[in-house]
Design a protein around this ligand. Structure first.
Ligand code: ADP
Ligand code: MG
Length: 619
């Protein structure tokens, strides 16, 4: 029991202390002040909002937010600093139909409790000529008077955390704080395209948007045209929710989910459920460790959204979270399926004139791949998501004749994916292509009707075809007995993992029996793999299974499907005849998601006619 606390009577804390405690929740850091002030400006119906940050000696010295909104009367200006004083709700019922960003009446009181706040305001259509100026320091009103002011409100926050040294000390460095402010403002600017915003630091403009009716303009303003070029629209109407916005083609992936920006009822929020749903909507269009770029706005029946979970309202509680997540995933998925997702090869402008030693202009996929896509290990080591001409990258000579046995085995593999039944046809999302030839036993060159050159990775393409057959057709998964059962041997550790996988494997058509002491008998493989594979292949498949990371967020079944597809697909380095190449391309066209392999890497890239003209200086 602690000593020196003789007096244990319960006392009600004085208001100043209460406010400081509350302030700790709302006003964590400078960025929270910015968020609250800007949200107030929006709630006040502002058309233009300015955010000015001043810093000296590596610390933020002033935050000023100026708006042309409704302003406040003299009495309201004073009330605004009183805890739980708000003009936005009057009773508890209002909490379930909130259409403003604020409603708790906490922010101004909390900020003023830990800083010096200067408020200048003049109400819209007010009778007074002058505005009101009010200074509150540490929760105590210090000055009140009249001043010349334009209509609207300007709030300056200085000496933040002057009376809470602990909090002040924990502020990260200036750049971290500015980055947080930037991040918060990005979300708000996107959610309010109808407002003009201007954010500056020490009089230098950082982020500016102009009021517009086109959300795409705001996205372009913040993230640039390179981003908007890759976006496809999303829209979906459901009884309880409307989804709208834009998502990027898979080429524009990122290694963080920091560019999945979602607003719910015009409030920029973070909802793990919604973010996960967006990612799931991409399915195998993205490598497993990549995240998409998405700007979505959800209008949800306000009764289903509880924003009163946390003082900063950054998190919301959603009733029907599962349905909402499913709807988002479905909307994202169908938006992607509706669009041509072939990444375009572009010639970087500054390198336009740079010829390599061989005198060939090198091109890169830069349009979208914000960061390089991590190559995966599929036995197709040579291909990279980068079309830079690199002579060393080719393992096979550019032109070799197919061998007889090679052709027969390729034919078998192709027939396997042509015959598999029970896969319902889907409308083609990629153009019909005419194969021109094959390069290096890996890449198929093809022409699209509009004069585009398309390059296809044959392994990735056939892998996609296999994958869809296995995952979409029960028949493809039926077990087919091997004429001669194969025996495989495994170490005790592997054997115990494999033993656990036996039931899952059986569901996928791989029938394995445990023979004890590390031996297993493989009796059957999925019909789609058919007779093409010998026992080595089964052994490899099991190795892949044992080596693949079981912690990654896909089911065992998904893992098995991907491995089967990869193992059964035509390998890179297999020389195909022109006719075989054409068959691969035709089959690819019957898939739902022809643009990426099941690991999310591109199956094809395009040189548009315009790009080709540009490269040959015909423009
Ligand atoms: P809340 O936003 O939750 O109502 P705040 O403490 O942020 O609480 O603001 C208190 C009140 O002050 C608001 O309800 C509003 O009436 C008024 N107010 C704050 N900022 C502005 C502004 N920029 N323009 C007009 N009124 C404002
Ligand atoms: Mg507020």
């Amino acid at each position: 029991m602690p000593e020196g606390n003789g007096d244990r009577t319960i006392r009600v804390l004085d208001p100043a202390t209460v406010n400081q405690i509350a302030a700790g929740e709302v006003v964590e850091r400078p960025a929270s002040v910015v968020k609250e002030l800007v949200e107030n400006a929006i709630d006040a119906g502002a058309r233009t909002v300015r955010i000015d940050i001043t810093s000296v000696q590596g610390g933020i010295s002033a935050i000023r937010v100026t708006d042309d909104g409704c302003g406040m009367s003299s009495a309201d200006a004073e009330l605004a600093f009183t805890p739980h004083a708000t003009s936005k709700i009057t009773a508890i019922d209002d909490l379930f139909k909130i259409h403003t960003l604020g409603f708790r009446g906490e922010a101004l009181a909390s900020i003023a409790a830990v800083a010096k706040v200067t408020l200048v305001t003049k109400p819209r259509g007010g009778t007074t000529v002058a505005g009101i100026r009010l200074i509150v320091i540490g929760g105590v009103q210090k000055e009140k008077g009249e001043t010349g002011a334009p209509q609207g409100t300007s709030i300056i926050v200085e000496e933040l955390f002057f009376n809470t040294p602990a909090r002040k000390k924990f502020q990260k460095n200036l750049n971290t704080e500015l980055a947080r402010i930037h991040g918060i403002l990005e979300g708000i600017f996107l959610a309010y395209p109808q407002v003009s915003f201007r954010f500056s630091h020490n009089n230098r403009e950082q982020l500016v948007t102009d009021r517009t009716t086109q959300p795409l303009d705001t996205i372009a303003r913040i993230f640039g045209n390179d981003c908007t070029r890759e976006l496809v629209p999303v829209s979906s109407d459901l009884p309880f929710m409307r989804i709208s916005g834009y998502i990027a083609r898979p080429a524009l992936s990122r290694k963080d989910h920091d560019r999945i920006l979602v607003s719910i009822n015009d409030r920029y929020i973070s909802s793990a459920a919604v973010m996960a749903a967006v990612r799931e909507g991409y399915g195998t269009l993205l490598p497993r460790d990549r995240f998409p770029v998405a700007f979505l706005s959800l209008a949800i029946d306000t009764r289903l959204v509880d924003v009163n979970v946390h003082p900063t309202k950054k998190e919301v509680r959603l009733s029907k979270e599962k349905e909402i997540g499913e709807a988002v995933r479905e909307a994202v998925h169908s938006a992607l399926m509706k669009n041509d997702l072939i990444p375009e090869v572009v010639v970087p402008r500054q390198q336009n004139r740079a010829l390599d030693s061989a005198g060939i202009v090198s091109a890169r996929i830069t349009s979208g791949v914000a960061e390089p896509v991590v190559p995966y290990d599929s036995g197709a080591r040579v291909h990279q998501a980068d079309a830079t001409y690199d002579p060393d990258a080719f393992t096979a000579p550019a032109r070799i004749e197919p061998t007889h046995t090679g052709t027969v085995s390729t034919d078998n593999r192709l027939r396997q994916t042509e015959l598999a039944s029970g896969v319902p046809p889907v409308p083609a999302v990629m153009p019909a292509l005419d194969v021109i030839g094959q390069v290096g036993g890996i890449y198929i060159l093809a022409a699209a009707p509009d004069g585009e050159l398309i390059i296809i990775d044959q392994h990735a393409a056939h892998e996609r075809i296999f994958y869809e057959q296995v995952s979409r057709s029960m028949a493809a998964r039926h077990a087919q007995e091997l004429l001669v059962p194969a025996i495989i041997h495994r170490s005790p550790k592997d054997a115990s993992i494999l033993r656990e996988l036996i039931p899952v494997l059986a569901q996928e058509g791989v029938v394995i029996e445990d023979f004890g002491s590390g031996s297993f008998l493989v009796r059957a493989v999925p019909a789609v793999m058919g007779k093409i594979e010998g026992p080595e292949m089964i052994d490899d498949l099991v190795s892949d299974l044992l080596n693949s990371d079981p912690t990654r967020p896909v089911s065992d079944r998904e893992r098995i499907t991907r491995i089967i597809s990869c193992r059964s697909a035509i390998k890179a380095g297999t020389v195909c005849t022109l006719e075989q190449c054409q068959r691969i391309v035709n089959q690819l066209r019957t898939t739902r998601s022809p643009f990426t392999c099941p690991h999310g890497r591109p199956t094809m890239v395009r040189f548009s006619r315009a790009k080709l003209d540009e490269m040959f200086k015909r423009t």
